[in-house]
Design a protein around this ligand. Structure first.
Ligand code: IPE
Ligand code: IPE
Ligand code: MG
Length: 256
């Protein structure tokens, strides 16, 4: 009996949309006996590295989890340090991002941020709105449940106002009311820092996203680690609930 032919390796594929939980700043600082805020500052360098990597690889959209709705509960001095860092980053980085063709947007409950940060968020979005090389989405004061609840509320308002009938609410319509509705859902999710959880990131949008985890702490991120994630992603078979044969377009497996 001859062995069946080995299938060709999957064609290299680059995710259209990468979603990242940037975790491990605090532990990175603690390992160096420094305050956690130093870890957050070092994390800003890794943000630039990740953006450069996406531009280099032709990844069209990058969504970074910068601050969760639950992170407001951290000690006041840490939240304060993070607010300063956000403001500094907005002041320093946006013009360079604009020059490089990056469109910047923020998702999350921005009402909770101080006025100065909100104003800079608006300015960054307005300045970069026409760019199309990379859609960079910063999730700040973001929670996946909050995102879904806001979508439900907006649909409920339409029903209450008579603009929509309840039976018109389906997955497709719901999906237009959550964050990032105009982008393809993330193909690949990366979490640094060694924990294997989603921590209330894009709950709706991650339904069929490929998940990839690394022990690397966010400030220690390098391009080789990101490349490992991309290589792993390119080798995976995404089945979306179908069979392997269906996905491969083969008809050689019985269906019943
Ligand atoms: C991620 O790093 C950054 C934010 C959540 C703002 P952490 O601050 O969670 O770092 P660890 O997980 O405590 O090491
Ligand atoms: C998730 O990290 C949020 C961000 C990276 C912004 P956390 O550090 O807040 O998540 P948990 O608490 O470990 O789940
Ligand atoms: Mg953490």
């Amino acid at each position: 009996m001859t062995a069946p032919p080995t299938p060709p390796p999957a064609a290299p594929r680059v995710p259209r949309h990468l979603a990242v939980i940037m975790d491990g700043n605090g532990r990175w600082a603690q390992q160096r006996h420094r305050p956690r805020a130093i870890g957050h500052r070092a994390g800003a360098r890794a943000v630039n590295l990740c953006i450069d990597f996406c531009l280099d690889k032709g990844i069209g959209a990058l969504t970074l989890f910068a601050f969760s709705s639950e992170n407001w509960g951290r000690p006041e001095d840490e939240v304060g340090a993070l607010m300063k860092l956000f403001l500094n980053a907005l002041e320093r980085e946006v013009s360079e991002l604009h020059r490089r063709g990056v469109r910047v947007r923020f998702i999350g409950d921005r009402e909770r941020f101080p006025d100065g940060i909100r104003a800079r968020m608006r300015e960054a979005e307005a300045l970069t709105a026409g760019n199309d090389r990379l859609a960079l989405n910063i999730a700040a004061s973001y929670g996946g449940r909050q995102d879904i609840a806001a979508a439900a509320r907006s649909l409920a308002e339409d029903v209450a106002a008579g603009r929509l009938r309840p039976e018109q609410v389906d997955e497709a319509l719901f999906g237009t009311r959550v964050a990032l509705a105009d982008l393809p859902p993330p193909d690949l999710f990366i979490r640094t820092g060694g924990d294997h959880r989603v921590s209330n990131f894009l709950l709706w949008q991650l339904a069929y996203t490929e998940l990839w985890f690394t022990e690397t702490l966010w400030p220690a991120l390098d391009a080789a680690t990101l490349q490992r994630a991309l290589d792993d992603y390119a080798s995976r078979e995404r089945r979306f609930g179908l069979t392997g044969a269906q996905v491969a377009g083969r008809q050689d497996e019985p269906t019943a």
